[in-house]
Design a protein around this ligand. Structure first.
Ligand code: ADP
Ligand code: MG
Length: 289
């Protein structure tokens, strides 16, 4: 019977770490034509590591010390990487006050009475602090698939920090499996276009870059007008995009907010489980019809 097929798919799925919140989700997942993936923490491990510290007007120690002070209260993956490097190097003497997150851009605060911030190159351009040298240095690091943040404090651009977040080992395979199912994949990211291009190239996936959290929602809405969209994400920023898709899937290592908003979850952090979920849902619907 229909309820029995659905119940058996729900329980066999959950044994494999493929949670789906009910029969309607299985039906929607079976109809998927497009999958939109968040980059950070979904297609990548979400654990960026510092690869380069570039001093512009201060020493590398100053760059890290200022950055760590501004990032101290942030739980962004970039902040965690910067803080752990500063702690390991024993440079945690500076303190920032009034720190606040600028979603999709960076974080800002006050150090020794002066504004200080850490943010994307785009944000540095908006604030008018980039010169040609910094711009070119940032661009060449981004072409290597690195995320670059600019560090500003004491009235000047102090330096740049480049970080790399490696793709998950099975991400390219997942994109291939989806293609074999006739499903197209796109990567959505707030990261710079050059960084996104370098990462997506290795994965064989299309991408849309420099998206603010609200742009991700708009991208999903646009896709839902063309097909049946599954969105896979993990971050707190992804909750609205997950809710806008036909099926929102949370990657298990993500935040509770994403898990609550989502229709479904992948508990084992395997990107290939996205394809397994669609395959299981299609087989279940074929049994019913
Ligand atoms: P993603 O889509 O990769 O999760 P976000 O939307 O979180 O990216 O951030 C987009 C960009 O804004 C980052 O690549 C970075 O340049 C900048 N940014 C955001 N938060 C921070 C932060 N806490 N510290 C430094 N830079 C940040
Ligand atoms: Mg994110």
């Amino acid at each position: 019977s229909v309820p029995a097929s659905i119940a058996s798919a729900l329980s066999s799925g959950s044994r494999r770490g493929l949670l789906m919140k009910g029969g309607a989700v299985i039906e929607a997942a079976a109809a998927t034509t497009h999958v939109a993936f968040d980059k950070t923490g979904t297609l990548t491990h979400g654990r960026p590591r510092i690869t380069d510290v570039v001093s512009v007007s201060g020493s590398e120690t100053e760059v890290l010390a200022l950055a760590a002070a501004v990032e101290a209260g942030s739980s962004h993956p970039l902040a965690e990487a910067i803080l752990s490097r500063a702690e390991a190097a024993g440079i945690t003497s500076l303190a920032a006050s009034a720190a606040k997150a600028l979603p999709g851009r960076g974080v800002e605060g006050v150090i020794e009475g002066e504004p200080a911030w850490v943010g994307s190159p785009r944000f540095a351009e908006e604030r008018g602090v980039f010169d040609d040298g910094a711009r070119q240095r940032a661009a060449s690091l981004e072409k290597e698939g690195k995320t670059v943040v600019a560090v500003f404090g004491l009235s000047k651009l102090v330096g740049l920090i480049a970080l790399r977040d490696e793709p998950r080992e099975d991400a390219a395979r997942a994109v291939k499996q989806l293609k074999a199912l006739g499903v197209s994949s796109v990567m959505l990211t707030g990261d710079n276009g050059r960084t996104a291009a370098a990462i997506s190239d290795g994965l064989g996936i299309d991408y849309r870059a420099e998206l603010m959290p609200e742009d991700k929602v708009a991208a999903i809405r646009e896709m839902t007008s063309r097909g049946h969209v599954m969105m896979v994400g993990d971050g707190i920023n992804d909750a609205p995009a997950l809710a806008s898709a036909h099926v929102g899937v949370a990657m298990g290592s993500g935040t509770d907010v994403a898990l609550e908003t989502a229709d479904a979850a992948i508990l084992r952090n395997r990107v290939t489980d996205v394809a397994s979920k669609i395959r299981l849902s299609r087989a279940t619907m074929a049994n019913i019809r």
